[in-house]
Design a protein around this ligand. Structure first.
Ligand code: NAP
Length: 258
């Protein structure tokens, strides 16, 4: 397919199902002409992700990658090198925190949950950049991750994930500086609330959706495809001088004081 991203190829991490923000990103990238590889976390998800991948094209690459297992990330880099030879973009749309750490008293978040959330939601971006950036050399490549306003403002129940997103946003800035030398850009999209599998784990999530609809400047919630389109923009040459940034796709919610 021709489009602003034709001739480009990259990988999208974090498709669980058709509601995933990663899936919206993959669709938008493919619609603009890019070749997209998808990853899945474990066998449980393989068949579903393969079915979605087929919608992008018959030979869409689907590879396993549980980011906790760094050997799997090494193998992902090897497979992408073999199949694509180089990469123009990496979309990281992965987060995890135990459900019990996404409700109730913040001070009672678990140490085990803290370590796991940081590992899956933050360190995975660093590890992916370390392994995949050698494939991005000389390509004006782009890395995009997903964050949420809970990084900098208190969102009741978001708890442990708020701390992980704060670390992720800082990681974006350090990576942008580190990889900038090689012409690689690193940005995050701060998405408004969207009904997905992960979001359903956050306590009182429906109240957050209602609040945005009532108080955001645009008085509406965002849709998955709003995020997908910005993923494609950040992977395109149109954003060639944007890096280390957090772009809000939230109907303007973040601008409000109350
Ligand atoms: P999602 O569809 O559940 O996506 C989360 C993905 O992370 C899933 O594919 C999940 O796989 C994957 N993941 C978790 N642990 C992993 C691991 N060890 N290795 C590899 N993958 C792993 O939910 P989503 O809402 O689209 O989330 C995508 C990103 O957007 C997350 O960073 C989230 O924090 C962010 N975000 C979401 C919203 C929202 O309201 N939905 C708002 C702002 C930001 P499994 O299903 O197999 O665990």
């Amino acid at each position: 397919m021709s489009g602003p991203l034709s001739g480009k190829c990259g990988v999208v991490l974090g498709v669980a199902n058709k509601r995933s923000l990663a899936w919206a990103g993959a669709k938008a990238l493919a619609a603009q002409g890019a070749r997209v590889a998808l990853t899945y976390q474990g066998e449980r998800l393989r068949e579903g992700v393969e079915k979605l991948a087929a919608e992008l094209g018959p030979d869409t690459l689907v590879l396993p990658c549980d980011v906790i297992h760094l050997r799997q990330m090494d193998r992902l880099a090897e497979s992408l090198k073999e199949k694509f030879g180089h990469l123009d973009f990496l979309v990281h749309s992965i987060a995890f925190a135990p459900t019990e750490d996404l409700k109730g008293r913040f001070r009672q978040i678990s140490r085990k949950g803290f370590h796991r959330a940081m590992d899956v939601s933050v360190f995975s971006l660093v590890a992916a950049c370390d392994r995949l950036s050698p494939l991005m050399q000389g390509r004006d490549a782009s890395v995009v991750t997903l964050t949420y306003i809970g990084a900098t403002r208190v969102i009741p129940n978001y708890n442990l994930m708020g701390v992980a997103k704060a670390a992720l946003e800082s990681t974006v800035r350090y990576l942008a500086y580190d990889l900038g030398e090689e012409g690689i850009r690193v940005n995050a999209i701060s998405a408004g609330p969207v009904r997905t599998l992960s979001a359903s784990a956050v306590g009182d999530f429906v109240k957050i959706l209602d609040h945005v609809e009532q108080t955001a400047p645009l008085r509406r919630n965002i849709e998955q495809d709003d995020v997908g389109n910005v993923v494609a923009f950040l992977c395109s040459p149109h954003s060639r001088n944007i890096t280390g940034d957090i772009l809000f796709v939230d109907s303007g919610s973040h601008t409000m004081g109350v």
